[in-house]
Design a protein around this ligand. Sequence first.
Ligand SMILES: Nc1ncnc2c1ncn2[C@@H]1O[C@H](COP(=O)(O)OP(=O)(O)OP(=O)(O)O)[C@@H](O)[C@H]1O
Ligand SMILES: [Mg+2]
Length: 368
Amino acid sequence: MRNPADPITTKGTTFDMSAASANTPEIKLQVNGLAKLYGQTTALDHVDLEVRKGELLTLLGPSGSGKTTLLQLICGLQEPTSGTVIIDGKDQTHAPVNKRDIGVVFQNYALFPHMTVAENVGFALKMRSLPKAEIDAKVNNALETVGLAHAASRSPSQLSGGQQQRVALARCLVYDPAIILMDEPLGALDAKLREVMQIEIKRIHRETGATIIFVTHDQQEALALSDRICLMNDGKIAQLGTPRQMYDEPQNLFVADFIGISSIIRGTVKAGALETAIGTLPIAGEGPANGTKGAIVVRPEVITLGEGFCEGRVRETVYGGSELRVIIDAGKQEIIARAPAQAGDVAVGSMVRFGWAPDTARFLADKG
Ligand SMILES: Nc1ncnc2c1ncn2[C@@H]1O[C@H](COP(=O)(O)OP(=O)(O)OP(=O)(O)O)[C@@H](O)[C@H]1O
Ligand SMILES: [Mg+2]
């Protein structure tokens, strides 16, 4: 990780980041010891989280890990069992939804079918009895931002899925809320459109400077979009960090398994190495104590094929354009490696040696 005292160098220009303001980002939202019980179910288990002003933070995690619950507590759709929600330094834990200056975009963004696009976007402003000229200006501005100014007078049924999603976003942007919460907003879109909308959301985030909390269970989407990722598991934060930190420095096996592709090889530590079903594997650095149980985590891109301290049989090769994914059976252990796509000599069914430089893999202990 970058030492905050180090200068940042970009394309030959050096920026001095030592000024105090550069090192202490303004906190927009703070959640302290936030918990939510539904009967016997712990939906959220004492979560502490700080969201910086202007950042795009994703809440990532498997189904039921508490992502939606956390959003609902932040915007006030649910009351917490305990803990506090601080927005801009003010305790808003029990403030009503409409007093929090938060915009929400849900997966089911149901637009009003009998209203035009512009009327949909301006609806809430009209309910608040803003002057018509002001509503028109704000609606136009929001539609410009999502690239739909030309479709203002259309009805939602005349729009594609992605365009409807943009209208839902404009409906939220029109208030200029301090924080925007999005709960799986791209879940209903096909893969291609999802990618287009991910780029749109990045652009809108950059242009508006909004603080965005974006929920997804798609790790690829989280890696692509986020300033930081908050990975949830069982109502708790498993790890919080930049996409690169989450990928390169997973703090536990759950994170290593959830983010990116890896081979996870379990075993027991003996004399600074890990005894596993596929042999004794090196552990980089100072080895953990004898008897420690855990796993070596190896990313596909660090595995060398054709040489190394392990051997297995090639079960499958999967062509992916620029690379060939190679799945190897080493006893009961599955290893995922990758080779350049033009490497034509990885034959399914053949035996192959493989290995990796010890310091490119990580040992992570089981939770004790
Ligand atoms: N209104 C409710 N009543 C009872 N239990 C609930 C309620 N809402 C959520 N839960 C439970 O709380 C836990 C967390 O749910 P939550 O909806 O926050 O998960 P999630 O991470 O958003 O999952 P998904 O990815 O499926 O949307 C789950 O076990 C869920 O069953
Ligand atoms: Mg959810």
